[in-house]
Design a protein around this ligand. Structure first.
Ligand SMILES: [Zn+2]
Length: 385
């Protein structure tokens, strides 16, 4: 395993082929965490497994939100107070879950064991800053939502559902007029389809091998962490964070942020860098609500993109796909950026059974590794201070 490209692929095969699907809170996710910790230890980097409580699918919280929004349509009109209560509870759930900082609904649903893998690498000199390399161990599930024929409409569809949810929250006003009731019915029809799609995914979806999503990110973070452990940075502490339950609601990242003082840390998240597609860095993240990525990290990425055209490294104005583990960092006022490979707003093989080791582009993973390394080295030089 002398070739760095081979070493990256070995991590991807370990997770996508040997472990296979790694549904949040499942035995597969647990096994992935243990295997990664063992392989890191064999090469001299000690990592901890940090347990937390999570749930297996985003259909949990969003099913509750959508059901609350649709339910008033099934109640008689005279039940005004109950209809208004359900519809506003739905909006409150959407706003809190979407805000990613205080999330009582997903906290209440977090009952099953999951885990993060965390390793810290001290610098050669005195630590002046911390950079956290992030990736996720778990995988998603297919379903009509992620069907390659429709996936380019995923973000507009989710935004339409958020808008419909907010509109139905005006139940007390809208229910007073025939036009308003028509608007309510239309909004709830959109939300009922959304609820149907969540159920369809749970019943008919297939847990995917997750070679690009996100075994590719694990490969980049693991290899880079091992390299930096062997030859530490000057003044930057490095923390490698491999999360669980990213796919069900960024739960591992949120657990980590709640339980550590990460003020001032720089988060470099690596998610879906398998391609085949253009390797990009996010300038903004979030779906209905958006947050700007860290200007210092974006400036370094801009410079790498300009100075090294052979990397084919380009910005993405928004997220490609959904939210990432870096998004709750940004939502909490922190500093972060994500590396992700995609074109025209689409990640190849996204949440689909074709997300296998055979279908990714090893050169794209190698480029992500090179870019992540340059970012971290630039941070160590103080370029993001
Ligand atoms: Zn992912």
């Amino acid at each position: 395993m002398g070739d760095p490209g081979e070493r990256l692929l070995a991590w991807i095969r370990l997770l996508a082929d040997e472990v296979g699907p790694r549904r949040p809170t499942s035995a597969g996710e647990r096994r992935a965490a243990e295997l990664v910790r063992t392989r890191l230890a064999e090469r001299g980097l000690e990592a901890e497994i940090e347990p937390f409580r999570g749930y297996s699918t985003f259909a949990g919280p969003f099913g509750v939100i959508l059901a609350l929004a649709v339910a008033p349509a099934l109640l008689p009109r005279r039940r005004r107070a109950l209809r208004a209560l359900l519809s506003s509870a739905s909006v409150a759930g959407l706003l809190s879950e979407g805000g990613l900082t205080r999330t009582p609904l997903s906290d209440a649903l977090s009952r099953r064991p999951s885990q993060n893998v965390v390793a810290a690498i001290e610098p050669a000199g005195e630590a002046r800053r911390t950079v956290c390399l992030v990736c996720h161990l778990d995988t998603s599930r297919s379903g009509l939502l992620f069907d390659p024929r429709f996936v380019r409409h995923l973000t507009p569809w989710l935004n339409a559902q958020s808008a419909a949810c907010v509109v139905q929250g005006a139940e007390p006003v809208l229910s007073r007029s025939p036009v308003g009731r028509g608007v309510l019915a239309a909004a709830r029809a959109v939300l009922a389809v959304g609820l149907g799609l969540l159920i369809e995914r749970e019943l008919r979806g297939e847990d995917v091998p997750g070679a690009s999503d996100d075994a590719s990110g694990v490969a980049v973070v693991a290899e880079l962490a091992l390299e930096l452990a062997a030859s530490p940075l000057e003044r930057t502490r490095v923390v490698a964070l491999m999360t669980g339950c990213e796919e069900s609601g960024l739960l591992g990242a949120r657990h980590f942020l709640r339980n550590r003082d990460t003020k001032g840390w720089l988060f470099v998240n690596v998610d879906n860098v398998g391609g085949p597609a253009t390797l990009r860095y996010t300038r903004r993240e979030g779906l209905a609500r958006k947050w700007d990525c860290d200007p210092g990290l974006v400036a370094i990425a801009d410079r790498i993109a300009t100075e090294r055209p052979q990397l084919g490294f380009e910005p993405s104005e928004g997220p490609i796909g959904l939210t990432y583990d870096a998004t709750p960092v940004l939502a909490g006022g922190g500093r972060a950026i994500t590396l992700v490979a995609g074109d025209d707003g689409v990640i190849p093989n996204y949440h689909w059974p074709t997300d296998t080791a055979e279908n990714l582009d090893p050169a794209c993973v190698a480029r992500a590794h090179a870019v992540a390394r340059e970012l971290v080295v630039a941070v160590d030089r103080g370029e993001a201070d």
